[in-house]
Design a protein around this ligand. Structure first.
Ligand SMILES: Cc1ncc(COP(=O)(O)O)c(C=O)c1O
Length: 502
């Protein structure tokens, strides 16, 4: 074992020191080096055996010296691992808030997570056209209905409107959702439903309930950035499965399960984010059969399923395999993401685990919002709202495709979305993704870089462009700025490659 300090410097400490001061000499030896920064936070000290040998002292004296260093807050001992220089010593010397960095655990933030946070941060930035966030159009938020219902909730529920509630969700809301579940195919009874804080929490608790580090999980690639982040932070091995005009390539999944034990397959069965595609009937059947044969779970995310521009109703996959499919959904994409009303539908031991994780995270979702959501669903206005959204978003989607044609003709390929809020664009000639992101911001537009939506971001440069919140003129201006940013990046690239080497 090699240590950061030279053990030979300790030679003779035991012999030279007077009786009774040996421990103090050893403590000083280490304390001086820690304070001088020669030994940094996390560095390992020699074992007590090695210290005793090097210093010519007995084992008990070495142990006593380490105990005293620990009492002074300079080292921490971890049974079975050894003695380490404590972060607290360095933290105490740091200025301002810097001490926090010494004591916080290491953070492994995924690229997907960083991009998601940036997109939300920049979404409301004046002067920037955000094509990065999948927010629904503000003009479709049912503000008057919700205001009237909120007043009714306070008038009729009184203090219960804001009292703590059941951890799985309000019975009235779970019942409403189950009724919709019976029609759409995602649930048969209220007992299968746990209300969550948005579909984002539904996905996150499902991932944590199902996955351990090293497990293999198959996911559509590209997919929703938040899903990718939740899967990656479990430490699972996330394998991407391509998506085409028939949705996820189930044959590619079949090849994967033949080679590896897959624990979970996560996908969106209709109007997928970001491609806007829907899983074909044949692939659905094959996927369900595979899950049964190989005993893996499916995480079905259907937040965009109601937004099929033609009004085509795709039955939810969970209806075909209710024990294998964990279903995640929310009201966010229709009435606005700020209400944060989502849900999971599942059954068996996995549902109990999901419910426990959800409860330990936030006790239960907002009771006030659940009361409002239950009454809104019961009023029938939600279905009217969906019906009114389809033509509206189809027009915005067409405006986005027209803008791409106008400003980037010949430079990209795409799939025509069947629904949802996004267009997936792949550039014919790649550019460095991070340069394009930065240049786009300089030109006043943001987009979701393809790399944050892909399990293995090695292919050609791709972009997710979201059209939901902007009218046609703004979409056109956003794509125009993007095209200029792309040209600027290509110019810099050319200049860099043609510059003479000095
Ligand atoms: C495919 C998909 N699933 C889930 C979510 C999260 O939805 P919510 O806002 O309800 O948490 C999003 C949000 O963008 C999404 O695009």
């Amino acid at each position: 074992m090699s240590y950061k300090i030279d053990l030979s410097d300790l030679k003779g400490i035991g012999e030279d020191a007077e009786r009774g001061t040996v421990t103090g000499h050893i403590v000083d030896f280490f304390a001086t080096r820690i304070e001088a920064g020669e030994l940094a936070a996390g560095d390992q000290l020699p074992t007590t055996r090695a210290l005793a040998e090097a210093a010519g002292v007995n084992h008990l004296t070495a142990a006593r010296a380490y105990r005293r260093l620990a009492e002074n807050g300079l080292v921490t001992a971890s049974v079975g691992r050894g003695t380490f220089v404590s972060a607290r010593a360095a933290a105490a010397e740091a200025e301002g808030d810097d001490w926090q960095s010494y004591v916080l655990p290491e953070q492994h933030r995924s690229y997907a997570g960083e991009v998601l946070q940036d997109s939300y941060r920049m979404a409301g930035h004046p002067g920037l056209i955000s094509l990065a966030v999948g927010f629904p159009a503000a003009e479709l938020h049912p503000v008057e209905d919700l205001a009237r219902i909120a007043a009714e909730v306070f008038a009729e529920e009184g203090p219960d409107a804001v009292a703590y509630g059941p951890t799985d969700g309000l019975p009235a809301l779970r019942e409403q959702l189950a009724e919709r579940g019976r029609a759409a195919g995602f649930a048969t009874a209220a007992e299968e439903i746990v209300v969550t804080t948005g579909a984002r929490q539904a996905i996150d608790v499902a991932a944590r309930a199902l996955l351990s580090p090293g497990d293999v999980v198959a996911v559509e690639s590209p997919t929703f950035t938040g899903l990718l982040e939740s899967l990656q932070t479990t430490g699972a091995h996330v394998v991407g499965i391509p998506v085409d005009e028939d949705g996820m390539d189930v044959e590619a999944l079949e090849r994967l399960v033949a080679r590896q034990e897959v624990k979970l397959c996560a996908l969106q069965t209709a109007c997928q984010n970001p491609t806007g595609q829907t899983l074909s009937e044949e692939r659905r059947r094959r996927l369900v059969a595979l899950a049964r044969e190989r005993s893996f779970f499916i995480l079905e995310d259907a937040v965009y399923a109601p937004l099929d521009f033609d009004g085509t109703h795709t039955p939810r996959l969970r209806g075909d395999a209710p024990s294998h499919v964990i279903y995640a959904d929310s009201l966010s994409k229709i009435i606005g993401g700020g209400m944060r009303v989502g849900w999971v539908a599942a059954r068996g031991p996995v549902l109990a685990r999901i419910a426990a994780l959800k409860t330990s995270g936030d006790t239960h979702s907002s009771v006030l919002d659940q009361h409002i959501a239950a009454r809104y669903l019961a009023s029938g206005r939600y279905d009217e709202s969906i019906a009114a959204s389809l033509g509206f978003y189809r027009e915005r989607c067409e405006a986005m495709l027209d803008a791409l044609d106008r400003h980037l003709a010949g430079e990209y390929r795409t799939m025509i979305p069947r629904g949802g809020h996004h267009v997936w664009v792949t550039l014919e000639r790649s550019v460095p993704e991070r340069s394009l992101v930065a240049e786009a911001v300089r030109h006043g537009v943001t987009f979701t870089p393809g790399g944050a939506t892909l399990a293995d971001p090695t292919g050609p440069t791709s972009l997710r462009l979201s059209f939901g919140r902007h009218p046609a003129e703004q979409l056109d201006e956003g794509v125009r700025r993007l095209a200029r940013a792309l040209r600027a990046v290509r110019r810099y690239d050319r200049a860099a490659t043609s510059a003479p080497v000095s």
